[in-house]
Ligand binder design. Structure first.
Ligand code: GTP
Length: 317
C-alpha cells in the first residue's frame, strides 16, 4: 500500500503557521494520544523554531492509559512538557492552562521585573487533520464565548478566544499535514481514522491491524476473534473471523472485503478496547540503535583519520 502525502498543502500550512507564530507566546501542539509520534508533523520543529510549546495528547479516552503515562514521561525526559486530555468531554483542560503558565513562568517573571503588566498568555493550536483541533477550540470557547476582537497591526484579522483570564487562543488552528512516507506511520494513521479510507487498501490495513494486535494486544484479539495468532495463510484467518462474525456474501461464501472492513471498524470503534499504536519501548530501542550506529561511525571516522595522519607522517619522513 502506498499512501501519498500532500506537499502542496504542506507548504501552505507551513506559511500559515509561520505567519501566526509571531502573534503567540506558546504553541499547543495537538497530537493523538494513541499515536503521539506518528500523529506529529515531522517538520514541526523547523516550522515553530524555538517557540515555547506544550504537547497536548488528545483523545486520551481512546488510548491505552499505561502507554499514555509512559509517553508523558518520555517527553518530559526530553525536555517537553506534555499533558493528556479528552477534548470531547472537556477533561484535562485545566492542566493545559497550568502547564502553559509553568512553561512561560520565566518570561512572565522577566516581564514583571521590567514593570510590565501581566497579560493573558497568547496561544495557538496546531496539529494534523482530525486530531481534534476544532473540538478543543469549541470546548475552550464555550467557557467564554467573548472574543477579544482583532489584533491591530496585521492585515488579516485574527480572532482571539478568551479562555478564563489566563489564556487567549487564536480561533483558527494551524493545520500541519502528517508526512507518511513511512508505510507503518500511514497504517497507524489510517487505523485511527486520520486518513480517509479512499486512499487506503482495506485488506492491507486489516492485515496490518491483525498483526499489530497479535504483537501488542494478543488477549484482546483472542477475546474478540477467538484466534491467538495470524496464520501465514491469511485466508485461514479471514475465514475464521468471517465465520465467527457471520460475514457472508450472497452465495453464502465468506465476503473477504467485508471481513477486512469489519476488522478495521472494530479497531477504530474500540471493540478491541483502548489501543495505543506508538510504543515508547519501540521508540527508545530505535533511538538507542541510531545512537549506537552513530558512535560506531564516529569511532570509524577517528580511526580512518588517525591512519591517514600516520600515512602522511610516514611519507614525509
Ligand atoms: N473520543 C474522542 N474523540 C475526539 C476527541 N477530540 C476530538 N474527537 C473527535 O475527533 C474527530 C475530529 O475532530 P475535529 O475537532 O474535527 O478535528 P480537527 O483537528 O479540527 O480536524 P480538521 O478540521 O480535519 O483539521 C471528531 O469526530 C471529534 O468528535 C477526544 O478527545 N476524544
Amino acid at each position: 500500500m502506498t499512501i501519498q502525502w500532500f506537499p502542496g498543502h504542506m507548504a501552505k500550512a507551513r506559511r500559515q503557521v509561520s505567519e501566526s507564530l509571531k502573534l503567540v507566546d506558546i504553541i499547543f501542539e495537538l497530537v493523538d494520544a494513541r499515536l503521539p509520534l506518528s500523529s506529529r508533523n515531522p517538520m514541526i520543529d523547523e516550522v515553530i523554531h524555538q517557540k515555547p510549546r506544550l504537547l497536548v495528547l488528545n483523545k486520551q479516552d481512546m488510548a491505552d492509559e499505561h502507554e499514555t503515562r509512559r509517553w508523558i514521561q518520555y517527553f518530559a525526559d526530553r525536555g517537553f512538557k506534555a499533558v493528556a486530555i479528552n477534548s470531547l468531554e472537556g477533561k484535562g483542560l485545566q492542566a493545559v492552562t497550568k502547564a502553559a503558565q509553568e512553561i512561560l513562568a520565566d518570561k512572565w517573571d522577566r516581564m514583571r521585573s521590567k514593570g510590565m503588566k501581566p497579560r493573558a498568555i497568547r496561544a495557538m493550536i496546531v496539529g494534523i487533520p482530525n486530531v481534534g483541533k476544532s473540538t478543543l477550540i469549541n470546548r475552550l470557547a464555550k467557557k467564554n464565548l467573548a472574543k477579544t476582537g482583532n489584533t491591530p497591526g496585521i492585515t488579516k484579522a485574527q480572532q482571539w478566544i478568551k479562555v478564563g483570564k489566563e489564556i487567549e487562543l487564536l480561533d483558527t488552528p494551524g493545520i500541519l499535514w502528517p508526512k507518511f512516507e513511512d508505510q507503518e506511520v500511514g497504517y497507524k494513521l489510517a487505523l485511527t481514522g486520520a486518513i480517509k479510507d479512499t486512499i487506503t487498501n482495506m485488506e492491507d490495513l486489516a492485515v496490518y491491524g491483525l498483526n499489530f494486535l497479535a504483537l501488542h494486544y494478543p488477549n484482546r484479539m483472542e477475546e474478540r476473534y477467538k484466534i491467538s495468532s495470524v496464520s501465514e495463510e491469511l485466508v485461514e484467518t479471514f475465514d475464521a473471523i468471517g465465520k465467527l462474525r457471520r460475514v457472508f456474501g450472497q452465495g453464502g461464501e465468506i465476503d473477504y472485503d467485508q471481513v477486512a472492513v469489519l476488522i478495521v471498524r472494530d479497531i477504530r470503534d474500540q471493540h478491541l478496547g483502548k489501543l495505543t499504536f506508538d510504543f515508547v519501548s519501540e521508540q527508545v530501542e530505535k533511538e538507542q540503535l541510531a545512537e549506537a550506529i552513530e558512535i560506531e561511525n564516529e569511532e570509524r571516522r577517528q580511526k580512518t583519520a588517525a591512519l591517514r595522519r600516520q600515512q602522511k607522517q610516514e611519507t614525509e619522513q
